[in-house]
Design a protein around this ligand. Sequence first.
Ligand code: IMP
Ligand code: MG
Length: 175
Amino acid sequence: MSASIGKVLLTHEQIVDRCEELGTIISRDYQDKNLVIVGLLNGSVPFLAELVKHISLPLRFDFVRAKSYCGTTMRGKLELVHDLDLDIHGQDVLVVDDILDSGQTMSCIATMMEEKGAKSVRTCCLLMKPDVKKDYEVHLDYCGFEIPNEFVIGFGLDYDELYRNLPYIGVLKLD
Ligand code: IMP
Ligand code: MG
């Protein structure tokens, strides 16, 4: 089976415009706070890089890499294989990822940030799929776009580690 890029769901311009809107809202919400943005490697990189350009506050950012254990239950476990360098104790953490699907990744990482002593933890994803509420109770504080339940690639999202560099979001086509 070979893979290719199907229809374009979100153009580069739409994504940048939405990052500008989110950045404005985040700048307002985090005034007088100590903002630390925590990105999930690798998928959050293009979104985080665009988003921070539109946040007009002093901020720090750092990254974690999580590995999931696919068990027999829905609620698998997540382990950090690359941890933060920054000390987030007492800081206002905003966790950023590319997409919220089941919500497992976000809910696990948010809990880990609370356990590390963050003063507050909020969540932000470029994309959200509709089924999210079914599996995990995770509240997304900032969402770029709600998309249909299709496998998407680009702007950080991969298929077999490819396509992360696309400047837009497309639907994966398997032939
Ligand atoms: P969750 O833990 O089920 O919410 O899944 C989130 C993770 O699944 C994301 O960080 C992505 O790596 C991956 N993922 C979910 N849907 C897609 C998709 O449509 N394209 C690429 N990766 C996806
Ligand atoms: Mg990912």
